[in-house]
Design a protein around this ligand. Structure first.
Ligand code: ZN
Length: 314
């Protein structure tokens, strides 16, 4: 990538400056007490104190990494930036193996970086879809064929197949996607999620699945496409947008993340939702997407304890 010629991708000091400018657009803020620029001084010193500030209000030192996905990571920030730009710009995702080879970090480190970056992509915006009275498409899909979570005591290779179930929503007006892992395809499971994520003014678009019937009455309109009658849609009553989204998602999960354990699936969903919601067609270029990702890195600290280290996941 020619963009990696820029200094922040190979010079540690430049990497700090690049991230500081994005995390602290109005100057440094103490993560311990919230003091702002005039109470803060920069420590000059050797590279081990790189990016260290001292707060004169609470007297504690800090760097821009405190309280972010970079905290307590031994990986250099310029490598983090390379990883972030690679993942933000890729169409289908980047495997831990690719990161490991590209960045020269261990496979385990690459895997962990990938999950932290996915965590930074997780949206904090829970505003309901369809609030302008626009169409919101809802649909479910199945991911994977994961035998690693077979019930206890069952031998491998006995044909036990488990598919993860995913419910996605796409707001056709804003082009945003929101996905979640669901336990089953029942009205009692799907209904409350749809209600919580859609404005009542929304026009809900689904296929003919029975579990949308009841919840569909709670919205301004419920457009139903009868796929079982060979119908693809009538006018703007269709689910083509969300089907397009699923095809991107499934290609990525198949090509890059073959063996995804269910406990990590929500992070992959966050990754695909993020890239889709911030795609070129929505007016977001690669650099803007990466900048947004860095902003999302704040307040999303993730430890080994919460990710677990599952090396079977790529
Ligand atoms: Zn302070």
């Amino acid at each position: 990538m020619s963009i990696f010629l820029e200094p922040q991708f190979h010079n540690e000091e430049a990497a700090y400056a690049f991230i500081e400018a994005r995390v602290w657009p109005d100057g440094p803020v103490c993560p311990h007490c919230g003091a702002t620029e005039k109470h803060i001084g920069k420590l000059k010193g050797n590279s081990t104190r790189m990016g260290t500030y001292k707060c004169y209000a609470c007297r504690k030192p800090f760097t821009v990494k405190v309280g972010t996905i970079f905290e307590s990571s031994h990986v250099k920030l310029h490598l983090w930036l390379q990883a972030i730009f690679l993942i933000a710009a890729s169409k289908k995702g980047i495997s831990a193996n690719q990161l490991h080879r590209t960045l020269g970090v261990t496979l385990k480190t690459a895997w962990f970086m990938g999950h932290r970056i996915r965590e930074a992509m997780r949206s904090a915006d829970l505003a309901p879809f369809g609030s302008d009275g626009g169409a919101v498409e809802a649909d479910e899909t199945f991911i994977g064929n994961d035998r690693s979570i077979k019930p206890k005591g069952q031998k491998k290779g006995r044909g036990y197949h488990h598919k993860h179930k995913v419910l996605s929503l796409v707001d056709r007006t804003t082009g945003q996607a929101r996905s979640m892992v669901i336990d089953d395809l029942k009205a009692d499971t799907i209904g409350p999620i749809v209600v919580a994520n859609l404005d009542e003014e929304a026009r809900l678009m689904t296929d003919e699945a029975a579990y949308y019937t009841l919840v569909g009455r709670r919205f301004a309109e419920h457009g139903v496409v009868h796929h079982n009658r060979g119908e693809y849609g009538r006018g703007d009553i269709h689910t083509n947008t969300i089907e397009g989204y699923f095809s991107i998602f499934k290609r990525g999960m198949k090509g890059v993340y073959q063996h995804c354990a269910e406990k990590h699936l929500h992070r992959y969903l966050a990754e695909f939702d993020f890239r889709y919601s911030h795609r070129i067609a929505n007016g977001v270029d690669d650099a803007q997407r990466a900048a947004k990702l860095i902003k999302g890195a704040v307040g999303k600290r993730l430890t080994y304890r919460t990710t677990d280290s599952q090396m079977s996941v790529s």
